[in-house]
Design a protein around this ligand. Structure first.
Ligand code: NAP
Length: 254
């Protein structure tokens, strides 16, 4: 199932932009949502050049009413939405001793409240038509807490749990829910990182894999497999052993 109409938050750069270009190649109508209008306009030009139909919608996902309006505008303009991807998010690492409330609040607002506002805005529309795909971009950092990533790991774990719960609730409605859990991907977000990022993928590869796998609407899309396997295994470890191992490996800020 390839969507003919898709809305993507965080479409002005990185993974969101790359996903928009993948769907443009398939001739989709793509609603591009983010705060920076100049970047969105550039992505819109690329979408058009690849054969897609862009719709630029400026919205700050931390302001729920603007997200709600963006989703409504896309539905009205395209005549419906086959897929909504809550991808917008912010990254950043901080040791527990350095976390401020302002740092926590902006991250949870964008990564949790912003994603939830996006998805809940689309649920009534998709349930009413009995079809559609809701997608959230969380992270493998939500699988188990990582050093210096208390807020980021917690925000992504919250989003993954939210996605799992709506997947269960919407089971009989025809609406599919997918949790995308990337490892490190080369984007402006990770360009700022100075630490080692094992198995980092180019953004084009990540977008290709995500869009290909989304055709089957699985409950989870997680990559790359060595990190996913390690973190899934880590969930089975006793806390004392996990704490010691992860402190030694220190894979910060996924
Ligand atoms: N890159 C990785 O290694 C990696 C790994 C795992 C998960 N992820 C997740 O993937 C998603 C995309 O990240 P990325 O790596 O592509 O980062 P990025 O290049 O920095 O892109 C982030 C996008 O989110 C948008 N955004 C941020 N805050 C927003 C807000 N309040 N309202 C609207 N849009 C907002 C930004 O647009 P504006 O600034 O124009 O608003 C931008 O388009 C994030 O949720 C991230 O946590 C990334």
């Amino acid at each position: 199932m390839t969507p003919k109409t898709v809305l993507i938050t965080g479409a002005s750069s990185g993974i969101g932009r790359a996903l928009a270009l993948e769907y443009a190649k398939a001739g989709a109508k793509v609603a591009l949502v983010a705060r920076r209008i100049e970047s969105l306009n550039e992505v819109a030009q690329e979408v058009r050049a690849l054969g897609g139909e862009p719709l630029v919608l400026v919205a700050d996902v931390t302001k729920s009413e603007t997200v709600h309006k963006a989703v409504g505008d896309a539905i009205a303009t395209f005549g419906g939405l086959d897929m909504v991807i809550a991808n917008a998010g912010v990254g950043g690492t901080k040791h527990a001793k350095e976390i401020s409330w302002a740092f926590s609040e902006q991250m949870i607002d964008a990564n949790v409240n912003g994603a939830v506002a996006t998805l809940v805005s689309a649920i009534p529309h998709m349930v009413e038509r009995g079809s559609g795909q809701l997608v959230g971009v969380s992270s493998i950092a939500g699988l188990r807490a990582l050093p210096n990533s208390a807020v980021y790991s917690a925000s992504k774990a919250a989003l993954s749990t939210f996605l799992e719960a709506i997947r269960i609730d919407l089971r009989a409605t025809g609406v599919k829910v997918t949790d995308v859990q990337p490892g490190f991907v080369t984007t402006p977000m990770t360009d700022k990182n100075t630490f080692k990022m094992p198995f980092k993928w180019p953004v084009e590869k990540a977008a290709k894999v995500i869009t290909e796998r989304l055709q089957k609407a699985p409950s989870v899309i997680a990559f790359p497999w060595p990190l996913v396997t390690a973190l899934r295994f880590a969930r089975l470890l006793p806390n004392a052993l996990y704490d010691r191992l992860v402190s030694a490996a220190d894979p910060r800020g996924l």
